[in-house]
Ligand binder design. Structure first.
Ligand SMILES: *Cc1c(COP(=O)(O)O)cnc(C)c1O
Length: 421
């Protein structure tokens, strides 16, 4: 029996309606940008496995460091104990995060990093003797699948059934360069009617909203407004972190920095699951007290796993290397040239790009997980390229180590798809 057939017996996959999509592809190997399946077919991983494996799959620098760490310390409780990989990671991250960040809190995945950011924002006000129960979020955002994270996400098939159990959230439009006055007016009316604790947002690019991109100046004005009204700002950089936007973090494009930053995905270069919620000294100080109940009583069993910390450290070294920084510049240039080449194509409605994140909208309307979208996905896979269109949006977020030849192949299958549609 093939792996694909054995899979059907006991497995339940994420984000999958199994009745409509009974088939999976069994991957047996991944190296660099290439995935290999059980039949020997290869696929260029043009979305870096949900933007995690940005230094390439099974990267030798990362795997060697983690294997060495495995011989020495695998896992230990992180309450009451500490260890070098976590300490070193905190030191290295603080050097590259926006300058106001000073404390690092560990968890296991993007959703929990956001959940912690929300809890920090809510308890920050409680600890200061103020009850603030409302959160602000962007329309159409995606922050994960736990309840707090679902609450601040835009409504979709992901979170619809749970709407009645959500936190109190007011949603605002993203800034598009022309609407910031309206947004600020809306924010004013929200804070007049509600006690707002925090603002949770994906800076510059909303990943699951089909790589929707917004205006840095407008976002900066929103952040300034929040600062002025003591609304804790929580930047969800789970997708945008670690070089995707051209800078190490998207928040570095705005003058006003967030109070809290959520990180995961490329944090460990795709090797192990881990997440971090960083914050300013001011946030931390609100929890620092003789009163035990003012502490942040949140913890996950695998917090700061030494192997995951080691993978993250190796990833940060790669991110800062000349090779990766040059690759990032070259990919950005290459995407610009590709955008120029196809933007006039009759099947292309619009193109957009932030850093190495490139997206195009097709002129054809299609539902997010409908038939046409599936046809497009199958078209790419049958030609050896793994792209996951979101409705009528095709986006590329390839590993930084993708070769010009591999990238050209990704572009070519997209052009072929446009010409075939
Ligand atoms: C993927 C993602 C999450 C959720 O992360 P998980 O690790 O899947 O829980 C949260 N926020 C953003 C912006 C994401 O892209």
């Amino acid at each position: 029996m093939t792996l694909k057939d054995r899979d059907k017996k006991h497995l339940w996959h994420p984000l999958t309606q199994h009745k409509l999509h009974p088939d999976t592809i069994a991957i047996t190997k991944a190296k660099g940008c290439v995935l290999t399946d059980e039949d020997g077919h290869t696929y260029i991983d043009a979305i870096a496995s949900w933007y995690t494996s940005m230094y390439g799959h099974c990267n030798d620098h990362i795997t060697n460091r983690v294997s060495a760490q495995m011989q020495c310390l695998d896992q230990v409780v992180f309450s009451g104990f500490t260890h070098e990989p976590a300490i070193k990671l905190s030191e290295e991250l603080i050097k590259i995060l926006p300058e106001n960040q000073n404390k690092i809190f560990f968890s296991d995945n993007g959703s929990t990093s956001v959940e912690i950011g929300i809890k920090m924002a809510l308890q920050y006000h409680v600890n200061k003797g103020e009850k603030r129960n409302t959160l602000i979020a962007f329309e159409g955002g995606f922050h994960g699948d736990t309840f707090g994270a679902m609450s601040v996400s835009g409504l979709s098939v992901y979170n619809g059934p749970f709407e009645d159990f959500f936190l109190d959230v007011k949603r605002i439009p993203t800034p598009n360069g022309n609407n910031h006055k309206d947004i600020l007016r809306l924010l004013k009316s929200i804070i007049e009617q509600n006690d707002v604790a925090g603002f949770v947002y994906e800076p510059l690019v909303q990943g699951a909203a089909a790589m929707s991109m917004h205006d840095a100046n407008g976002l900066n004005l929103i952040l300034e407004f929040c600062k002025a009204h003591h609304i804790v700002t929580v930047a969800d950089e789970v997708m945008t972190g670690f070089g995707k936007t051209g800078k190490h973090f998207a928040s570095l494009y705005m003058e006003t920095k967030p109070d809290i930053i959520c990180l995961s995905k490329a944090l460990t270069g795709g090797l192990l699951p881990m997440a971090i919620t960083s914050c300013t000294q001011d946030i931390y100080d609100a929890f620092y007290s003789d009163d035990i109940s003012k502490g942040l009583f949140h913890g996950h069993t695998y917090s700061a796993n030494p192997l995951a910390c080691t993978a993250a450290l190796a990833g940060i070294e790669l991110l800062q290397s000349d090779t990766i920084q040059n690759n990032i510049k070259n990919i950005i240039k290459s995407h610009h040239a590709f955008g120029d080449r196809i933007k006039k194509h009759p099947k292309v409605k619009s193109i957009r790009q932030t850093g190495v994140i490139f997206a195009l909208d097709l002129n054809i309307e299609m539902s997010r997980y409908g038939n046409l979208r599936d046809q497009l996905y199958n078209f790419f896979m049958s030609r050896g390229v793994f792209l996951r269109p979101l409705g009528n949006t095709i986006y590329i977020q390839a590993p930084y180590i993708i070769t010009p030849h591999e990238l050209d192949k990704v572009y070519q299958v997209i052009v072929d798809a446009l010409n075939t549609l």
